[in-house]
Write a protein that binds this ligand. Structure first.
Ligand code: BGC
Length: 734
């Protein structure tokens, strides 16, 4: 359909039909067969409201959705098809590493390729829209949803959000195997005070514009079709009812033309926030803010008609929202092909196929971060006898907490992965330690998980320690439970469960050659691990091919290359801790006896492991950092070049990082900011020159008058393998 056909359709729709387009519900309101036979669950919606609901959330499966679409369209006065949306986050059936781990690859193209696989699989299963990527900037490791982001850096997040949007959508969302992306959560959901879920965000307008919005801008520039509002308040105004944020910033200033959907019941939650007295006020606030779809609440469907009748909300406002929903359906090609790519045969063929598994394997390998490797403890030799211990050796539930459609069994466990490379008895396996402390309690997405419902491996602890004592090396597979992170997964302590650190200490007492493989959905406080492990490999939640990828890296079939996308704090007391901090007027310059500097009395300022850090089996040396010119003009370019050499005996990837610092400006500027990175492969003994072109655009910021501009003056460029890179060159902008 073209735009005027859509207008004609809109003009012909009844008020009830139009409002229906703005309702999204999940399948719990329909019967088990997915057929539209009336409300099954409660009285929240009338049968007619459900019949007219414009979109469905969280239901998958080609056969099911084809049937659903058929029965739905039969009842539609204008045969408008339904939109099927779901949270396809780090994969559908083939599961990739969690987004934070994808950030660690420093390889946005790879993340884009993972998104393309997820799109292909979920489109075949009937999905039209995925609620991904989550582009929220995250700096507080206590917050559970840091797992869903690509980390603490503005530039890195932007590179990932645009690559992932392109991966899902391709050039044209109506094409086969494509789904529309929904970037979320607008805005500043990643800045909850004290890391507590749903808590308020209190950040300055400058911080919002300069740090929290660029990843959304990048997604919009990549053509993202939907934006989701965030739950929390920003500057005391709930985002879902924030007209200035949504209309002035998102739509007018950032030029977003697609569909704005609320988060789950967020329109209704305007009442709990205390900015709306009732549903009627909530509906008015949200529609005026420009929220098009009300997810899972009955506010629009119950209140909009009354508001329009009374003239409190104009028909124009409603039509605008409905037209955006119809346009999305049209862009997806649903008017011509209401099932889009739903195809039971393709669904069977594509899910977890070899090619998709290969992509998951590569992504997992590139996401692992080697934090420590004393004395070349890794890689393991096949001739050595290695004891694999700890709660994660056999666990196949290594997909993270947001893979609601994936099956656990197709995941390769560590034991399976290792057994493909070395047979027993070179590798022996026994858990010997439980995953959770007994008193742990948390409600999960899929039922309750707690210390009591988990398998108790502690009875065989002595046997495990004997295996450790008799082995050349020990690999301890430790970590958080998947439900320790994700939505509702905020933690006040960010250490490993006590039972695991106790086991680590006991193991270290009988064999010091320990590698700790850590599964986690956030940066952890690893002070209880570092002294007892010669090597530490952060595996995050690695997905379907996790075990095989870990085994390949442990045995040197592949070289670790991940870099931290978020600083690993020294302790929770530093949080939020991130590299692009400010000096303060009294910077701490390493004099512990001077009291009045910006520092703590009891902990260091620096994180345990900084942003951008990650070791390799190769050894990379940086030399010859130079500029081709030290004066940058507004139209010109300054090229900064460095030579990187692999001085080790292993070929591997190195991520060369460029950071810039603005020495003096009209407002305080970060101590450094990532402005470029290049992931290069170097064979042993090989060198490569890497050049970054610095332009004036890279020096822009919100100045004292809130204009986005650059200011003439002195700058420093740092280049190296992490955010503490010391090699620098200076230049001026004129
Ligand atoms: C989450 C969103 C998600 C939505 C739909 C909410 O609880 O905050 O990220 O997309 O549910 O499942």
């Amino acid at each position: 359909m073209n735009d005027s056909d859509l207008r004609v359709l809109l003009d012909d729709m009844t008020l009830e039909e139009k409002i229906g387009q703005l309702l999204q519900v999940n399948s719990s309101f329909y019967n088990a067969g997915g057929l539209l036979t009336g409300p099954q669950q409660n009285e929240q919606f009338s049968r007619r409201q459900l019949e007219l609901a414009g979109s469905l959330l969280g239901t998958v499966g080609a056969e099911h959705l084809i049937r659903f679409q058929d029965s739905y369209m039969e009842t539609q006065p204008h045969r408008i098809p339904m939109l099927f949306m779901a949270d396809i986050i780090n994969g559908y059936k083939t599961v990739f590493p969690i987004p934070l781990a994808q950030g660690a690859t420093f390889n946005p193209e790879l993340a884009g390729a993972c998104a393309a696989v997820a799109a292909r699989e979920s489109a075949a299963a009937g999905i039209h829209v995925t609620f991904s990527p989550m582009a929220d900037l995250v700096r507080d490791a206590r917050w559970g949803r840091v797992m869903e982001s690509t980390g603490e850096d503005v530039y890195l997040n932007s590179c990932f959000s645009s690559a992932v949007v392109r991966g899902y959508q391709g050039g044209d969302v109506s094409e086969k195997g494509r789904v529309a992306a929904c970037v979320k959560h607008f805005a500043a959901y990643g800045a909850p005070l004290a890391g507590r879920e749903y808590n308020q965000a209190e950040i300055s307008e400058r911080t919002l514009m300069e740090e929290y919005l660029p990843s959304f801008r990048a997604a919009i520039e990549a053509g993202v079709k939907l934006v989701m509002t965030s739950f929390q308040t920003l500057g005391r105004i709930p985002c879902t009812g924030n007209r200035k944020l949504m209309r002035d910033t998102l739509r007018a200033e950032m030029n977003f033309r697609g569909v704005l959907i609320s988060d789950w019941k967020a329109v209704d939650e305007l009442i709990a926030h205390g900015v709306a007295a009732d549903g009627r006020e909530a509906a008015k606030l949200a529609i005026e803010a420009g929220v098009d779809i009300d997810m899972m609440a009955d506010v629009y469907v119950n209140e909009l008609a009354g508001l329009i009748d009374s003239g409190e909300v104009s028909r124009g406002l409603l039509d605008e929202a409905v037209l955006r929903v119809l346009s999305l359906k049209n862009d997806l090609g649903l008017f011509e092909h209401p099932y889009k790519d739903a195809d039971p045969e393709a669904e069977r063929r594509l899910m977890l196929c070899k090619e998709h598994r290969r992509a998951a394997h590569e992504a997992a390998i590139q996401s692992f971060v080697l934090l420590k490797n004393e004395g070349g403890n890794l890689p393991l030799l096949k001739s050595e006898r290695t004891a694999f211990l700890g709660p994660y050796i056999n666990d196949q539930n290594i997909v993270g907490s947001w893979t609601i459609f994936a099956d656990e069994n197709p995941c390769v466990s560590i034991r399976e992965g290792v057994s493909r490379i070395v047979p027993e008895p070179s590798a022996v396996f026994l858990e010997g330690c439980s995953l959770l402390d007994k008193e742990t309690r948390f409600a999960g997405f899929r039922g309750l998980a707690d210390g009591k419902s988990q398998p108790d491996f502690s009875a065989r602890e002595d046997e495990a320690l004997k295996l450790a004592a008799g082995a050349d090396k020990v690999v301890l597979c430790l970590g958080e439970h998947r439900q320790h992170s994700g939505e509702g997964g905020a933690r006040g302590e960010i250490t490993l469960p006590q039972v695991q650190t106790d086991f680590l200490k006991k193991t270290a007492a009988v064999n010091p050659n320990i590698t700790a493989v850590i599964f986690c959905g956030r940066p952890l406080d690893l002070r209880n691990v570092v002294p007892y492990a010669k090597s530490i490999l952060v595996a995050w939640f690695p997905g379907s091919e996790g075990g095989s990828a870990i085994a390949d890296v442990l045995y040197g079939e592949a070289c670790p290359s991940g870099k931290l996308p978020m600083s690993f704090p020294h302790s929770v007391g530093q949080v939020p801790v991130y590299y692009s901090d400010f000096t303060t007027g009294r910077p701490y310059c390493g004099q512990p006896d001077f009291r009045f500097a910006s520092k703590y009395l009891d902990i260091p300022n620096e994180p345990l492991y900084p942003f951008g850090f990650g070791l390799s089996y190769g050894a990379f040396a940086y030399s010859g950092l130079s500029l081709d010119c030290d004066i940058l003009t507004k139209e010109g370019t300054v090229n900064v070049t460095v030579t990187v050499s692999n001085t080790g005996v292993w070929g591997g990837y190195e991520t060369v990082q460029l950071y810039l610092r603005d020495i003096a400006a009209s407002v305080a500027r970060p101590v450094r900011e990532l402005k470029g990175f290049r992931k290069i492969w170097l064979e042993p003994g090989a060198s490569a020159q890497v050049t970054f072109a610095i332009t004036e655009e890279m020096l822009r910021f919100y100045d004292i008058n809130m204009s986005y501009t650059s200011e003439a003056g002195s700058f420093v460029a740092y280049v190296g393998g992490d955010s503490t890179a010391a090699d620098s060159v200076a230049f001026s902008l004129i």
